[in-house]
Design a protein around this ligand. Structure first.
Ligand SMILES: Nc1ncnc2c1ncn2[C@@H]1O[C@H](COP(=O)(O)OP(=O)(O)O)[C@@H](O)[C@H]1O
Ligand SMILES: [Mg+2]
Length: 317
């Protein structure tokens, strides 16, 4: 069994990291100076926060980085006390063969305010021997005293072309056979999250010899937008039975969940409105019923029945 590509292709150096140029150049300056303040990495998932922390630690601490680097997850199920004990044990010892030690604390926004205050005290206690890198999705959930003790780095979602280039690089290394548009679709579906993109690519590669657009939709259990559009248009024409059959095909054959289906219907209806195929007034009515059926499905009603009922509301227009 082959390991996950997200790990296999995790950049080992700062230079190899895709995008985030504004951040990487500042981090490289710390490497040149062989010193760094406490850092806070914020931003969405899968954009390089952990990767940057690891690469920085390796480059700034040198060959003994392993002994001088501690990675902890703040939302550790065993509780913040375990996290603090780990930090204490790690910081009590002098750095070995490196100027200082680095503690990387992931998901700090999941810590309670009390725990964050305790962490702040820890940071103060070990300023001489250790630097902290805190990572979170939202800096607004971090207490002010912690924020003010860190240089803040805001990681951005990766751009479509950056994701595509990385996927092309991996595809070449893995000698994959693929339709170029398949990678565009992965980039689109992964919404700036490169971890997600690489996982989709690996899943698709394990499914079929040649990666096509269809493989991708199958892997992510999303319907092809053109199928959803055809279903909606069929309903608009008043052909309920055909629209219903299309719905069943998409849901059963492609394994699309009820929630995703409503979401995709919403997206296609919105596109039809933007293209002027639907009048604003009709669009507004549709949004209203989509909202209603979305709610029912999320509350646990049978998704197939609800989606058929939703299609029925399109007929009357
Ligand atoms: N900016 C990036 N450049 C290259 N690879 C990346 C980047 N961001 C994410 N990845 C890929 O996704 C995986 C997860 O990234 P990670 O840095 O752990 O994300 P997070 O921001 O959630 O900490 C990495 O192992 C790597 O394969
Ligand atoms: Mg991470």
């Amino acid at each position: 069994m082959e390991g996950p590509w997200v790990e296999k292709y995790r950049p080992r150096t700062l230079d190899e990291i895709v995008g985030q140029g504004h951040i990487i150049s500042r981090l490289k300056r710390y490497v040149e100076q062989k010193s760094m303040p406490n850092l806070m990495f914020t931003g969405p998932a899968g954009v390089g926060k952990t990767t940057a922390a690891l690469a920085l630690a390796k480059e700034i601490l040198g060959e003994n980085w392993r002994q001088n680097f501690l990675e902890l997850n703040a939302s550790d199920a065993r509780g913040i006390d375990t996290v603090r004990t780990n930090i204490k044990n790690f910081c009590r010892l002098k750095p070995i063969g490196a100027p200082f030690r680095i503690i990387f604390l992931d998901e700090v926004d999941n810590m309670t305010r009390d725990a964050q205050h305790a962490l702040r005290r820890e940071m103060e206690m070990y300023t001489k021997t250790a630097a902290f890198i805190l990572s979170c999705n939202y800096s607004s959930r971090i207490i002010e005293p912690l924020q003010s003790r860190c240089a803040i780095f805001r990681f951005l979602p990766l751009k479509g072309h950056q994701i595509k280039e990385r996927l092309e690089y991996i595809a070449e290394k893995e000698e994959l056979d693929y339709e170029p548009t398949a990678l565009d679709i992965i980039a689109y579906l992964s919404e700036g999250d490169l971890r997600k993109a690489i996982n989709i690519l690996q899943a698709a590669a394990s499914l079929q010899e040649k990666i096509t657009e269809d493989t991708i939709y199958e892997v992510v259990s999303r319907a092809r937008p053109k199928d959803v559009r055809r279903m909606i248009k069929t309903a608009l024409k008043g052909d309920f039975m055909d629209a219903r059959n299309l719905l069943r095909e998409i849901m059963i054959l492609q394994g699309v969940s009820g929630e995703d289906m409503v979401d995709q219907i919403y997206q296609e209806v919105s596109r039809l409105a933007m293209e002027g195929v639907l009048e604003a007034e009709t669009y507004i009515k549709f949004i209203d019923s989509i909202g209603e059926y979305d709610f029912r499905i999320r509350e646990g009603a049978n998704p197939r029945i609800q989606l058929e009922a939703l299609l029925a509301t399109f007929l009357s227009e």
